[in-house]
Design a protein around this ligand. Structure first.
Ligand code: MGD
Ligand code: MGD
Ligand code: SF4
Ligand code: MO
Length: 680
């Protein structure tokens, strides 16, 4: 496909290319990429794009620095050292690498012993699963349950509303009250913040509900610093107040909520005093929040995934998602809730893109969040074959998956054959048998959906692939050819894949020309009910508060040894573990830190800046203590997700997290974690 035509006024040596930010971020910004003499010299936002209006975050405005990074992997690499030794690699040709990988895969008797492992390093439809999915389907490899981020909340929204649907981003600007709940929007959802800030300027009240006093909490009118994993109790307490004070929209409840009687009986067990005790806040905070929520219209909730990373995270999302159904906030386009907008895209996406029919036999499914345990598991009738080969792309599991001591041990298995498609020598690439050089967003074509807004975007390639790098699509095509797969599905070019990705309702020519297409959608989706559940009503049945696996009240013996609750939300200048190796961004974050309240630091004799060990029975993470009012007493904030090898002692925050799963969606409970902190 041709890049954008050279616009009038630009010299032939300089051209503008329209792109899309590939990162796992709700915003999916439209990019304006300036290419001079076949080199990208600037990455900016496109001011014309209504949802993201020309502003980029600091990270992606440095995207060219990432693409032209001197440490880019630009040739296929083959391991020459043992997995337990410092990593050493030699360069090999593509032909040799692909032939050898294919030979290794063919030698595996049961294809289910071959495991793909990927997430949202790029959220592109093409460089994500389009060709990879075809390859693994044809191979008959194990399936992967992609749970590491959002599946608890996704399952909860689906159970409650019938799909991952929510308010439109732009109408937050018209809200009069916004609850920013489990979201550090300024750091992780910048363009939402622009609309919230507009509402604030117009007189709206903003309330942040978050254990950490984030930069977003600093800018809100009120901050409610509850204990991690207690959001479900707070939601029940709010319902208690709505019911006790007669603040329900009875008509909306009667017509559009299923299971209200059952929910009401549960909520009445949660008077503000009990909620206060469970959540570690005051009863007046509960009462005040309920009053504000019931008496202000339109009232909107921006929920984010931070609050669902605990055992009861799915139920907590269900309960919070029911709040706008009880007050009838959904009647207004600026009222309701947004966690994810991704369900809006479902009717416009081609469900056959990954060619499920190429899979001839059903396969087992491995949960990506338990990869540590699963790599160490022996063959058994329940589990199936031992994992013998792992093909990783768009993810850095050794850094981001929970309980990394086990993940590392699994990747170090001498009998495991690991292929990693990457831009850089990440912690995961360091443990590969082969590292295959992948292109970045500036070098390949892709099409994107979003989860914070409802536009489809296209990313035109701005420059040719650097070195010998290849798009993921091309790498999987090459692997398919080396395996002898001859189905026509493997002959599709990236442009053909891009045209196949959506239904005809998305005008591909217009998308290609303008760079984005907005989905045609109703403004206030549930104003008249119309939930996508089987009954057409919001489903309240069964939703309840579940305490954490690890907390002072649920596991007192463990808490006696490890009394601090640790959450590990993202650092502002990294994107999960991406950008940790971009020096200008790492310099801003400076060092891996754990934020600790002055009282907790004093009780442990810790000074600000001291090198500390954050530890529990699973492992020990070395970082620096930052004594900070951003941490509440009893809770420490271990900002993520550093590359282990760029941290202080070859470890990161996932050294101490566990692999137990959430109540719904089988997601990791990263923020349900007890630790102790001591001077190192
Ligand atoms: N700069 C930056 N932006 C990002 C990312 C990044 O790494 N860096 N990551 C991206 C990804 S992958 C995602 S999934 C999205 C969304 O990613 P999220 O993980 O939702 O990110 P945050 O907005 O930081 O929201 C998490 C907030 O929830 C709070 N929190 C933790 N536990 C609890 C709890 O039990 N209850 C409540 N109420 N709050 C809690 C944390 O303190 C934090 O402020 O952001 C994306 N954007
Ligand atoms: N303790 C703790 N752990 C967490 C979290 C937390 O809050 N706390 N957050 C969790 C969340 S929300 C998420 S989403 C996961 C994220 O985990 P991952 O999805 O693994 O995300 P990243 O760490 O950004 O790693 C993505 C990798 O993909 C590579 N990549 C990017 N584009 C391409 C491409 O086009 N081709 C190829 N081959 N590679 C590419 C990048 O170089 C990068 O190394 O981490 C989770 N881990
Ligand atoms: S990471 Fe998010 S805010 Fe930053 S450019 Fe990408 S989509 Fe926009
Ligand atoms: Mo995520």
């Amino acid at each position: 496909m041709n890049p954008m035509p050279t616009p009038a006024g630009s010299t032939p040596a300089t051209r503008i290319v329209h792109g899309a930010c590939p990162h796992d971020c709700p915003d999916t910004c439209a990019l304006k990429i300036t290419v001079h003499n076949e080199r990208v010299i600037k990455v900016q936002g496109r001011a014309e794009h209504p949802s993201t209006h020309g502003a980029l975050c600091t990270k992606v405005s440095r995207y060219a620095e990432r693409t032209y990074h001197p440490e880019r992997v630009l040739q296929p690499l083959r391991r020459t050292s043992a997995k337990t030794e410092p990593p050493r690699f030699e360069t090999v040709s593509w032909d040799e690498a692909l032939a050898d990988i294919a030979a290794r895969l063919k030698a595996i008797e049961d294809p289910q012993a071959i495991q793909p492992y990927s997430y949202a390093g790029t959220m592109g439809q093409l460089q994500g699963e389009a060709m990879a999915g075809r390859f693994f389907n044809r191979l008959g490899a194990s399936l992967l349950d992609r749970t590491i981020c959002a599946s608890a909340g996704a399952a909860a929204l689906t159970a409650t509303y019938g799909h991952k649907l929510g308010m439109h981003l732009r109408f937050f600007a018209e809200s009069r009250l916004i609850l920013i709940w489990g979201s550090n929007s300024i750091a992780s959802n910048l363009h939402f913040w622009t609309y919230a800030n507009q509402a604030k300027r117009d007189g709206a009240k903003l309330i942040c509900i978050d254990p950490r006093k984030t930069e977003t909490a600093d800018k809100c009118h009120q901050h409610i610093a509850l204990l991690p994993g207690t959001d479900g109790a707070l939601a029940l307490g709010l319902m208690h107040e709505l019911i006790a004070n007669g603040w329900l929209d009875e008509d909306y409840v009667a017509r559009h909520v299923d299971g209200f009687e059952e929910l009401s009986a549960k909520a009445l067990l949660w008077p503000p005093e009990r909620v206060a005790q469970t959540c570690g806040i005051t009863a007046d905070e509960v009462r005040g929040l309920a009053r504000d929520y019931a008496s202000t219209a339109p009232a909107a909730i921006r929920l984010n995934y931070g609050m669902q990373r605990v055992r009861g995270g799915g139920n907590a999302v269900r309960l919070i998602a029911l709040l706008p159904c009880l007050t009838g906030a959904w009647r207004h386009r600026a009222g309701g809730l947004l966690l994810s907008a991704s369900g809006w895209f479902a009717p416009f996406k081609n469900p056959q893109l990954e060619r499920p029919e190429l899979r001839l036999k059903p396969s087992r499914t491995i949960n990506m969040s338990t990869i540590g345990d699963d790599l160490l598991r022996e063959a058994s009738p329940e589990f199936g074959p031992r994992i013998e080969a792992l093909i990783v792309y768009n993810s850095n599991p050794v850094a981001v998956a929970p309980e990394s001591p086990k993940v590392v041990r699994g990747f170090q298995r001498a009998d495991l054959f690991t292929v990693v498609l990457e831009h850089f020598m990440t912690d995961t690439a360091d443990l590969a048998d082969y590292v295959l050089p992948a292109t970045t967003q500036l070098e390949h074509l892709d099409v994107h959906t979003a989860y914070g807004h409802t536009d489809v975007l296209i990313n035109h390639p701005a420059v040719k692939p650097l070195g010998e790098a290849r798009p993921n699509t091309q790498i999987f095509r090459g692997l398919a050819a080396a395996m002898g797969f001859t189905e026509p599905a493997f002959a599709d070019t990236d442009e053909q894949l891009a045209r196949q990705a959506f239904t005809n309702e998305i005008d591909f020519a217009a998308l290609s020309q303008q760079g984005w297409q907005s989905l045609p959608l109703p403004e206030a989706p549930f104003a008249e009910g119309g939930f996508i559940t089987p009954t057409g009503k919001a489903d309240a049945r069964g939703a309840d508060y579940l305490p954490n696996y690890e907390s002072r009240s649920s596991s007192p013996a463990l808490a006696a040894r490890y009394p601090l609750a640790m959450i590990s939300p993202p650092a502002r200048n990294f994107l999960n573990s991406s950008f940790v190796n971009v020096k200008s961004l790492r310099d801003i974050e400076a060092e891996p830190i754990v934020e600790i309240h002055a009282e907790d630091a004093a009780a442990r004799g810790l000074a600000d800046g001291a090198v500390v060990r954050v530890f529990n029975d699973r492992g020990s993470y070395v970082c620096k203590a930052r004594i900070s009012a951003r941490a509440r007493p009893g809770v420490v904030n271990g900002l993520g997700v550093w590359w282990r090898k760029l941290g202080l002692a070859g470890s990161n925050v996932n050294e101490v997290t566990h692999q137990r799963l959430t109540d719904l969606g089988n997601a990791p409970a990263f923020y349900d974690c007890l630790v102790e902190v001591a001077a190192a």
